[in-house]
Design a protein around this ligand. Structure first.
Ligand code: ADP
Length: 209
């Protein structure tokens, strides 16, 4: 007889809890969710912040297109439905990282507000920090880090955010970074201040510097 899926999955009670992992790590787990147009600086800032956190002895991981689109989400394209599913999977994965006591930094355009809010709802309020990398489209386009805007303008890429697909600005992000006018270092410093303010990390790093 076919069993109900619900009855097939039996949860183990872990003795090693999130709290114990966080105590061992010396910081909280959290999702630091960067959103914004392509070229706004999400990856650059996520990796800069990760480097600083790592040097301070924190456990971190950056999720970006390179490590997600080729594996976990290799079957997905860029339609609205596929973008939503992409974000849902990244959200669920990030949630597991939070349980592991890790600071998960995600760098995805994540253009739809409802998709981001769905991820926010997966975890406790202070576990999801939405950071809007606000950069005028003209600047993103002039950077054209991967040559994607040119391709989108030529019609070689369809459903490209900002050109042929919408971007919905966050209504109440935890932080807005002005990545078109501020330096990378200044933006990264603001993110670290937010992490301290939300007590994800302490005032000092683990080496006591
Ligand atoms: P995204 O991940 O949002 O697509 P990237 O981080 O790949 O964007 O590219 C952003 C580009 O803009 C990089 O070449 C980076 O050096 C440059 N840049 C200039 N100023 C900033 C800033 N304040 N924050 C982030 N990136 C910046």
């Amino acid at each position: 007889m076919r069993q109900d899926k619900k009855n097939q999955v039996i949860w183990h009670n872990a003795t090693v809890t999130r709290t114990r992992r966080e105590t061992q790590n010396g910081h909280r787990g959290a999702i630091v969710w960067f959103t914004g147009h392509s070229g706004a600086g999400k990856s650059t800032i996520a990796h800069t912040v990760e480097e600083m956190l790592h040097q301070a002895g924190c456990r971190t991981f950056v999720f970006d297109g390179d490590n997600v689109r080729h594996g976990l989400c290799a079957d997905l394209g860029f339609s609205t439905a596929d973008r939503s599913e992409n974000i849902r999977r990244i959200g669920e994965m990030s949630k597991l990282f939070v349980e592991a006591g890790i600071i998960a930094l995600t760098a995805f355009i994540s253009p739809f507000r409802a998709d981001r809010e769905r991820v926010r709802a997966l975890v406790a309020p202070d576990d999801f920090l939405e950071i809007y990398c606000h950069c005028p489209l003209e600047i993103c386009e002039s950077r054209d880090v991967k040559g994607l805007y040119q391709k989108a303008r030529r019609g070689e890429i369809s459903e490209f955010t900002g050109i042929s697909s919408p971007y919905e600005e966050p209504a109440a992000p935890e932080l807005v970074l002005h990545t078109g006018s501020q330096s990378v270092e200044a933006c990264a410093a603001e993110v670290l201040a937010l992490l301290r303010g939300k007590e994800v990390i302490g005032g000092e790093d683990r080496q006591g510097r």
